[in-house]
Ligand binder design. Structure first.
Ligand code: SF4
Length: 461
């Protein structure tokens, strides 16, 4: 079945007014063939459209639609992409999916590498499964920016790291994008002794030559779980190796800043934490372009938290009930500092921060986003949790109330005997959560029923 069959038509949409019906297949807009969501979004932007639709009986008709420029047509298709998500053609030596424990839900093992998801959802792609036609479509439709997992620009090394003999060609694709003014944000997963040191210098120099099309670069440390049996022998970064890498990247960034007015490349927060270094101040991160890769995330959180504290009257905080915060091992000291700051402003604030050791994936995994419900329950049982347990919302699967290990938020609440409140990575929301006031429904908990809302927000009634 074609993936461009219309599943439903929004009742108040331009498509409904024009008479489009569910069950029809959208084949063309203004004469352009519609193959997937990118074609749909791009060609439906204009205010005057002519839609070609096939009926289930094989008939074809055209409809004229008038709407505002950029207004959504109001069609919903079987899948978001209007096509199958493309899986990756690689077998990277550092792939996190390969290092997951067995027996988890199937979707967690799906390795996506889809250019459309890069543009629409910010996913990173390796460019190894793009046909020449697709490269040209990105250029023609001006699909920009795209996010590229580069890892190295040495073609031979890239083939070895991605275990794909075509992986080296992607560097030429990037040069072609750069020539055609397609903006690229780049990510380098750094593996000790493999693509760092001189290989990293080469990569940064090659990417800097593509500036300003290459708009930003993040360097993140490889995640090494305890499930690596039979996989390429990889070790996590030691403190000394992490410190050397931070120095190398900062030196490169300083030279680029001098020449071009931007640092271009940043290490993720995790590298600073591994190296035992203080995180750089706010202005170091410029536009915070690489937040999704954990670059500057803790600095931004602290900045927002300080501003939120400045705006809050001490009286507004006095009624805050005792609470606890659970997070990954690496961020815990920073969260403790923020709670201390809140306590300095209002002496009655009472909260404990608990670092959760990652027993599920292995102790070398220290980020909050990979903490599981099972580890939360096992390590917090019997602890003083106050009246509420705050957890980073990114511990939950996007849009769900379930942790990576399929333990639900309800399980955690039942086992620990306190409401567990997911808090977005946002200093303002964190202070609200500490004070027992969360805007409703919290971004992380859509569709929260009203009675639940009051349970989570005791300060609001
Ligand atoms: S591109 Fe590499 S790291 Fe990403 S999913 Fe595929 S094999 Fe894993």
């Amino acid at each position: 079945m074609s993936m461009t069959v219309i599943k439903s038509v929004d009742p108040r949409s331009p498509a409904r007014r024009a008479g489009v019906r569910a069950g029809e297949t959208l084949t063309h807009i203004n004469g352009h063939q519609i193959v997937d969501v990118l074609d749909y979004k791009f060609y439906s932007y204009d205010p005057k459209l002519e839609l070609t639709l096939n009926g289930a009986d094989g008939s074809t008709r055209t409809l004229r639609v008038r709407k505002m420029e950029g207004e959504d047509l109001g069609l919903e298709f079987e899948t978001y992409l209007m096509d199958r998500a493309r899986s990756c053609a690689n077998n990277c030596i550092f792939c996190f999916v390969d290092q997951m424990p067995p027996g988890m839900r199937k979707s967690l093992y799906f390795k996506d590498d889809d250019a459309r998801l890069s543009f629409l959802m910010g996913n990173y792609l390796t460019l190894t499964n793009l046909s020449q036609r697709e490269v040209q479509r990105i250029i023609d439709l001006r699909i920009s920016p795209i996010n590229v997992s580069v890892h190295t620009t040495d073609p031979v090394l890239r083939c070895e790291m991605l275990k794909n003999k075509r992986a080296g060609e992607a560097i030429d694709t990037m040069r072609r994008f750069a020539k055609n003014h397609i903006t690229m944000n780049c990510q380098i997963v750094s593996c000790p002794g493999i693509n760092d040191g001189p290989a990293l210098d080469r990569t940064l120099n090659d990417l800097a030559e593509m500036y300003p099309a290459v708009n930003s670069i993040s360097v993140v440390p490889v995640g090494v779980t305890k499930f690596r049996e039979g996989l390429y022998p990889l070790k996590p970064y030691t403190r000394e190796q992490a410190a050397a890498l931070v120095d190398q990247v900062e030196a490169f960034a300083a030279r680029h800043l001098e020449k071009q007015g931007t640092r271009l490349v940043w290490c993720s927060d995790e590298f600073y934490l591994l190296a035992g270094r203080d995180l750089p101040p706010e202005d170091y991160f410029e536009e915070f372009t690489q937040l999704d890769n954990g670059v500057g995330m803790l600095t931004l959180l602290a900045q927002e938290f300080r501003r939120a504290l400045d705006l809050m009257e001490p009286g507004e905080m006095e009624g805050a009930r005792p609470f606890s915060v659970a997070t990954g091992v690496s961020a815990a000291p920073y969260l403790s500092q923020l709670v201390d700051m809140a306590r300095e402003k209002c002496g009655t604030i009472k909260g404990n921060v608990y670092p959760i050791v990652n027993r599920f994936f292995g102790e070398t995994i220290t980020v909050a986003g990979l903490v599981t419900g099972g580890d939360l329950i096992a390590q917090l049982r019997g602890k003083d949790l106050g009246e509420r347990l705050l957890i980073p919302a990114n511990m939950l699967r996007a849009g769900e109330r379930v942790f990576l290990d399929d333990v639900s938020l309800d399980d955690v609440e039942r086992e620990l005997g306190v409401p567990a409140i997911p808090v977005a990575q946002d200093g303002y929301e964190l202070l609200d959560a500490i004070c027992g006031v969360i805007p409703v429904p919290a971004a992380s908990m859509p569709n929260l029923p009203e009675d639940e809302y009051y349970r989570y927000n005791p300060g609001v009634r």
